[in-house]
Write a protein that binds this ligand. Structure first.
Ligand SMILES: Nc1ncnc2c1ncn2[C@@H]1O[C@H](COP(=O)(O)OP(=O)(O)OP(=O)(O)O)[C@@H](O)[C@H]1O
Length: 550
């Protein structure tokens, strides 16, 4: 943590009726209880508090509340004394359990009005110098996401915090699916905003992601349809206020699904870079993905659960069980480009956390590679002989661009995957017995290594392709069309007893079904940034919140 350096203010102020020595430096606001007895240790935690200036939400000057006045001379004298004093209140981030943040307040009573004004002015000056903080935001609310509480959550929990922090907004309540995406692609006056906020679930985040990336490419004359193009990173950060039934991206980047915590991360101007995979079929763009691309088991679970939407979240358990019992495998060819010159492997014991060194190192390595490529187009970023090919029968092919940890799979599909290292973890689960597949699935929830099985392989890659067996080349294979032609495919899917496998599964792309099975996926290192900081380790928390960590 940054050392406090030169003090900007140092005064004896009161908090309620207790005297405190209060100091302000460029990085810390500290208040220490004045102790007369040497019996007390000056660093006793309960006597000393400090808050990082970067985590102060606001400061306001206010008069002390006057108590009931009975008109007596004593009271009048007391009131006169009080009137020439002033108080100021500082609102700041307070950390709770499970990565939750709250807005706490402390009021300091000054001996005179001019001192109070000096304090308020100094704190405001420090806050104004924090250039990472957003001032004007574009907010999209999905009123139909999750339990349809988007509007209420925003109005009651988020808007008051934005107002308190002096963040202004333009709010758009979406009227139809893809409203936010289309508005961002063409109409939104992005130059006037410092960020885009979505109030909703993962589907709503996906709309913002697609709208913003697409707009950025068009504005920079980059062809988003070509899988060979290096995409232009987005200049605006994205904030997620969780209000959906699945809020996995928020959980993975903040550590909790709590609207107040997310609002506070936005206000303090946090920044978490994130990789994005572009998914193409031949030379046409299909989708962007930031978490999971799953073919086979996870593709089938999603397709099946979509037909059971009426069941609510229980549909995932039922479809999961059904797909486990049907035990379909799919033939095809996976080609991949192993990520080179990077730090980290999918089998590491370390996890991607706030301030991750792996993301930082690899992010720089990819940027340098990109720069070299721009300067000298003959510079080879990927040559054909580096591609590896695996042919076979697979129960599941998963590409995890983040750990994909959620309450259902606490470790995630790839526990050591990183948010922003320019790679995705390609997990190939070959055809095996039901019992073995169950062992693999169960290991996602236990301490055992889910990759330490003979039929599972995992590779950290920067690009991969998949072609299903029936598809002779990367030629068109449109799923709805293919299913029409395959009369028995869909039937067998619903009749596990017949024992035959359908030819094709479908890709689950961050919770949406893709129309094509033959795909070409490229990871774009740190293409977007979120108003988040990754999941904080306890040691970081202790350092930030520890009293007098100076
Ligand atoms: N006004 C609207 N009317 C209908 N659909 C909308 C509207 N605004 C956004 N959507 C769509 O609703 C879908 C689900 O939204 P969201 O992710 O916010 O909620 P969710 O409950 O988590 O969804 P899911 O259960 O599908 O994950 C998104 O794909 C989005 O495109």
């Amino acid at each position: 943590m940054e050392r406090p350096g030169r003090l900007l203010q140092l005064s004896e102020l009161r908090v309620r009726n207790t005297a405190y020595e209060v100091s302000l430096s460029r990085s810390l606001l500290t208040w220490k209880k004045r102790v007369s007895s040497s019996v007390y240790h000056t660093f006793k935690p309960s006597l000393c508090h400090s808050v990082a200036v970067s985590e102060i939400i606001s400061v306001r000057e206010e008069e002390e509340n006057s108590s009931k006045d009975d008109g007596s001379w004593r009271k009048i004298r007391e009131r006169q004394e009080r009137d020439c004093r002033r108080a100021f209140t500082v609102s700041y981030v307070e950390r709770g359990r499970n990565h939750r943040w709250r807005c706490a307040e402390v009021s300091f009573i000054c001996p005179d009005a001019s001192l109070c004004q000096r304090w308020v002015h100094s704190i405001l000056e420090q806050l104004a110098a924090l250039s990472c903080r957003p001032k004007h935001l574009l907010v999209y609310i999905n009123p139909h996401g999750g339990k349809k509480q988007g509007n209420r959550i925003y109005e009651q929990k988020v808007a008051p915090l934005f107002a308190q922090a002096g963040v202004t907004t333009q709010v758009i309540v979406t009227e139809y699916a893809n409203h936010a995406r289309d508005h961002l692609r063409t109409d939104a006056e992005l130059k006037q905003f410092d960020g885009v906020v979505c109030v909703g679930g993962d589907g709503m985040f996906s709309e913002i992601l697609h709208g913003l990336i697409w707009r950025m490419q068009l504005d920079s004359a980059v062809n988003p349809n070509s899988p060979e193009e290096a995409l232009q990173p987005c200049s605006l950060r994205i904030g997620i206020i969780p209000a959906g039934s699945t809020d996995c991206i928020c959980f993975a980047t903040v550590g909790t699904n709590d609207p107040v915590t997310s609002a506070l991360h936005i206000i303090v101007g946090d920044s978490q870079p994130m990789d994005v995979c572009s998914v193409h079929h031949n030379d046409s763009f299909l989708k962007y993905s930031v978490s999971l691309l799953g073919y086979g088991f996870f593709g089938d679970v999603l397709s099946d659960s979509e037909r059971k939407r009426w069941m609510g979240p229980a549909r995932y358990d039922l479809s999961g069980l059904k797909m486990f019992l049907t035990h379909h495998y799919y033939e095809g060819t996976v080609s991949y480009l192993p990520a080179k010159g990077i730090m980290g492997t999918p089998r590491d014991s370390g996890r991607c956390r706030s301030g991750c060194v792996v993301c930082e190192y690899n992010g720089e390595a990819f940027t340098q590679k990109g720069e070299k490529y721009k300067l000298d187009e003959s510079f080879d970023t990927e040559s054909d002989d580096e591609w590896r090919t695996v042919r076979g029968k697979f129960l599941a092919i998963n590409a995890a661009s983040m750990s994909c940890a959620c309450p259902r799979t606490p470790k995630g599909l790839s526990p050591a995957a990183h948010l922003a290292d320019g790679t995705t973890d390609l997990i190939l689960v070959r055809k095996c017995s039901r019992f073995d597949f169950l062992r693999h699935l169960i290991r996602h929830t236990s301490k055992d290594d889910q990759f330490d099985l003979a039929f599972v392989e995992v590779h950290r890659v920067s690009r991969f392709r998949f072609v299903p067996r029936q598809c002779q080349s990367d030629s068109d294979l449109n799923l709805p069309e293919a299913h029409k032609r395959q009369i028995f495919g869909p039937l067998c899917r619903d009749h596990p007893a017949c024992g035959c496998s359908p030819h094709y599964s479908s890709w689950n792309c961050d919770g949406e079904v893709l129309n094509h099975t033959a795909i070409d996926v490229r990871v774009h290192c740190q293409l977007i940034k979120l108003f988040a900081r990754g999941i904080e380790e306890m040691t970081v928390l202790e350092e930030v919140t520890s009293p007098c960590a100076i």
